[in-house]
Design a protein around this ligand. Sequence first.
Ligand code: ZN
Length: 303
Amino acid sequence: MLPLIKRLVKDERGTVIVVIAVIFTILLGFVALSVDTGILFVQHSRLGRAMDAAALAGAQELPDRDKARQAALDYAGKNNIDPGTLNISFSVDNKQIILSGTKNVDLVFAKFLGFETSDVNARAVAVIKPISIVKGLMPVGIGDDQLPLTEGQDYMLKGGAHDGAPWRGILKYPGYGDGGADYRELACHGYNQNIKVGDTEGKVSGDKSGPTMQGVTDRIEACTDGCTWNHYTEECPRVALVPIYHDTGESVTVVGFASVFIDRVDGQGSNSRLWARYINHTISGETDDSVPDSYLNSVRLSE
Ligand SMILES: [Zn+2]
């Protein structure tokens, strides 16, 4: 019996060694798999974050598709995404930019199993939403008879006596009166309360030529960066928010908002006029998809 047991033990040792070898190989395989999976996971989340940011950068230029595409590509290029691997598309209404991209990632252990690289994919969707409540409005705006607005075009926010219209375009916000000092304060610093789409605002009569000249000139001169309507700093005092309104006669109804670049005050005496250029500048804030005429949007990720 003894030789048989010995042989069995010997066989078992052999088996154990084989089993250990197999387990070791499997374990190695798992380690390799987990290391490479980890690499792919990290690369995937990096790509995802960069794509999200590129989509947001692009959305800031919507609804202009060409500008949006360029902004997304520029951002991607600066963040190690090969622009050639990006696929960019838009929704029909140009309120949504959709990015999808692929990155080829070098593998470490899987090479020994014959897999050199693997692709990771990411997709990002960013949208613009119309702002429905704004704080900091100027006491002038743009009538809805001027719509649609064109980026870079100048609009007269306040007319002068020579323009012939009975109302020059000055708005009366709650808590403020008809006085020149109130108007100058608002023109220079903006209204410190919220105004929302659907609100009714009063009209201020008179030219307010002096306060326009002073309040707006103060504001223009506060810009020390030499900004222009298509090249301005984020905090530029010449970038202002105004309501888009529907004139109902005695008062106006706010139908949307726009961002403008305060261009100039011209005219003499009672004829001073305030001009601003419409700019597509996004801000963060409360939005409402039902706002039809907003030229002021917020960008966010979707999906
Ligand atoms: Zn500036």
